[in-house]
Design a protein around this ligand. Structure first.
Ligand code: NAD
Length: 352
């Protein structure tokens, strides 16, 4: 597949293939847009089936980062790096240094960070070869794991969604079905439980479910059926495409609001179908932007209190998007896309 012919190519500024025979590094870096600032986006290490799959992933994810940064109002663009390797087998210090060298060659147009297959500790290794890395361990002056901030953004986003759809000003007694109790899902569940929400939880890791039952007094649900439980909010915090042709008709909630990336299997059709069913959808890249906001602010040197204030503003951002969607009579993800595209287009016009 060629880059320009890919259906996922959307005017990306730069797509770089990287090869380092000494370490076995084979990677692609996509810079979607630098109209609003340097392109930020994590480095994903994954055993892709082939180059086409890796290219598709990096083109989609980098565009998503542009939209995420634009809608969050941070002065950054969108990019992504994918490394074609098995993180459990191939991730060596030498490979990570080679990732750093490849990032350094872009001279700051692209700034990398953590993603699937990489950890905060890996960022320190990459950081030995480049300054253009975010999410370094706190011991090295970085802001560390972004997941708690992502969870905080989801929490305020759920509160804003419940306010908009159910007219409730707090989360006491609101039933939230959380799919996935990983780094984000667990922190989110804690915040929800503290706010008095009733939790229904699922994870493929049974020990996490048992712990949540014990710690949060949550009700367990079968991972195959969590989307179909009767609740106020369904919160996908595991894998992508949680909302698809099979699960969407089975939803019995008023709100879908969670951390997972790419929640809609079809981002246009399922957005419209949720609206038709009267289910309020919190666009994923708006509600899950908390971690990215923390990293962006680390880069420009803003302190923790300011980062928290900006993450909490995700609630207002979502409320604004819901109002725009209501006024225009369009689905919520379409309204969010319009906001992001408008910001990108006017930034490009200013730069021209
Ligand atoms: P994680 O890997 O720590 O947690 C995911 C959890 O989902 C795991 O506990 C896993 O066992 C569980 N899971 C997998 N399949 C499942 C299934 N079918 N049903 C129920 N549970 C299942 O990941 P995370 O960092 O918590 O991220 C969660 C989601 O949020 C991902 O989609 C990620 O891309 C997205 N996200 C995360 C961040 C962040 O800051 N970590 C930021 C933005 C978006």
């Amino acid at each position: 597949m060629t880059v320009f012919r890919s259906v996922d190519f959307s005017g990306h500024e730069q797509v770089v293939h990287v090869c380092d025979p000494a370490t076995g590094l084979r990677a692609i870096i996509a810079v979607h847009s630098t109209a609003l600032g340097p392109a930020i986006g994590g480095c994903r290490i994954r055993a892709y089936a082939d180059e086409t799959e890796a290219l598709t992933d990096v083109l989609r994810l980098s565009r998503g980062m542009s939209l995420k940064a634009a809608v969050a109002g941070v002065p950054f663009g969108g990019g992504k790096m994918v490394v074609m390797a098995d993180p459990r087998r191939d991730k060596t210090p030498a490979l990570l240094r080679a990732v750093g060298v490849a990032v350094a060659r872009l001279g700051g147009r692209y700034v990398t960070g953590e993603d699937l297959g990489t950890t905060v500790a890996d960022m320190a290794e990459i950081g030995a070869a480049t300054d253009h890395v975010l999410g370094l361990p706190e011991s090295l002056g970085g802001s560390g794991d972004p997941s708690p901030r992502t969870a905080l953004g989801c929490f305020v986003g759920i509160a804003a969604s419940v306010r908009h759809r159910l007219g409730k000003s707090d989360l006491k007694g609101v039933r939230v079905a959380v799919q996935g109790l990983g780094n984000v899902g667990w922190n989110l569940s804690r915040l929800l439980a503290e706010a008095g929400a009733e939790l229904i939880v699922s994870d493929v890791r049974e020990e996490l479910v048992q712990e949540a039952v014990h710690v949060f007094r949550a009700r367990p649900a079968d991972p195959q059926a969590i989307h179909a439980v009767e609740a106020d909010v369904f919160s996908p915090c595991a894998l992508g495409a949680a909302i698809n042709d099979i699960t969407l008709p089975e939803l019995r909630v008023s709100v879908v609001a969670g951390a997972a990336n790419n929640q809609l299997a079809d981002e246009v059709r399922h957005d419209a179908m949720l609206r038709e069913r009267g289910i309020l959808y919190a666009p994923d890249y708006v509600i899950n932007g908390g971690g990215m906001i923390q990293l962006a602010l680390e880069r420009i040197g803003l302190d923790r209190a300011e980062a928290e204030r900006r993450v909490r503003a995700i609630g207002e951002t979502l409320s604004g998007i819901y109002e725009l969607a209501d006024e225009a009579g369009i689905p919520t993800a379409a309204a969010a896309r319009n906001v992001a595209q408008e910001r990108l287009t006017s930034a490009r016009a200013r730069a021209a």
